[in-house]
Ligand binder design. Structure first.
Ligand code: PLP
Length: 287
């Protein structure tokens, strides 16, 4: 595995940073995961733009130009594709505020951000038919995270604890409900439901990550003349839905068939999911 750390490429085993990095001390940084298939990134511009937004929100100067990011990402794809022997490579990028000499809450001035990246083998994309796709059973949990979930922060303990709570119940993910019993997102995915024949996903705000797959799904469906309503999804709508899907860079669009004890729809991947994945696969490299 080839990694990138502070302007140099190296084998992942040789990459190391100080324990005084604010990423380690405070979770003071952001990250991105960019999926690539056969050397081609999916949603690259959208990932770079979300990264810039996150850096701006944290008041960390973007250390590289768009061209430099592009070169870095391309290099990690090329090298890791051959080293890992996979056509499905995920590129992980992380930027922290940097390494300090003393631990203080205040943002230090004149500090150089730490930039880290590496490539990993991505799970193969989901099968495209209801008969073949692997579906998910998920838990339904109260969202106990903070009110800045739109930032792709490396401080993921809230998400990790939710995922683990679902896992302890024998589930593969957890869908989260806010204090008003409205769906926010899952511990590492966005949520879509098909309800009374229409497709819904929660509107973007501080309660959820603006997922790039979410965006590409909405845009792919729009190109096929199918609307997605960005509207609040109540717990009732979720549990009465004909279909529920989770979206993320690694899962693309994956159907959910059970939420806690409840069976969703017919308990199998549905026709709207099949059409959505077909639209996504048709447009994902060109959006
Ligand atoms: N929501 C959360 C909390 C996530 O961690 C992720 C991705 O890992 C997503 C949603 C999906 O985002 P994307 O489609 O950009 O991978």
């Amino acid at each position: 595995t080839t990694a990138f750390l502070n302007n140099a490429y190296m084998p992942l085993e040789q990459a190391s940073i100080s324990p005084m990095d604010r990423g380690f001390l405070f979770g003071d940084g952001i990250y991105e995961v960019i999926p690539t298939h056969y050397g081609k990134p999916i949603g690259l511009q959208a990932h770079l733009s979300r990264m810039s937004d996150g850096l701006a929100e944290l008041q960390i100067d973007n250390p590289y130009s768009a061209q430099q990011w592009q070169t870095l990402i391309d290099t990690l794809i090329q090298r890791n594709r051959s080293e890992l022997g996979s056509d499905y490579i995920g590129v992980y990028l992380q930027i922290t505020r940097g390494t300090v000499m003393s631990r203080q809450h205040a943002y230090p001035q004149d500090i150089t951000p730490t930039v880290f990246g590496y490539g990993f083998t991505l799970a193969a994309p989901p099968a495209t038919t209801p008969e073949q796709v692997t579906t998910l059973d998920v838990a339904l949990l109260k969202d106990r995270r903070w009110e800045r979930c739109h930032i792709k922060s490396t401080s993921l303990l809230g998400n990790v604890m939710h995922f683990e709570q679902g896992k302890a119940q024998g589930k593969q993910e957890a869908i989260l409900l806010n204090a008003h019993d409205e769906v926010t997102e899952a511990s590492s995915c966005n949520v879509f439901v098909v309800w009374q024949g229409d497709i819904y996903t929660p509107p973007l705000d501080y309660q959820l990550l603006p997922g790039i797959t979410r965006k590409l799904v909405i845009e792919s469906l729009a190109k096929e003349g199918i609307a997605v309503y960005e509207q609040v999804i109540s717990k009732t709508m979720l549990l009465q839905a004909q279909e529920v899907w989770l979206t993320s860079s690694s899962k693309e669009i994956t159907p959910v068939t059970h939420i806690d004890e409840q069976t969703i729809g017919e308990g199998q991947a549905g026709p709207v999911w099949e059409a959505a994945l077909a639209a996504f696969n048709k447009h994902k490299f060109t959006l």
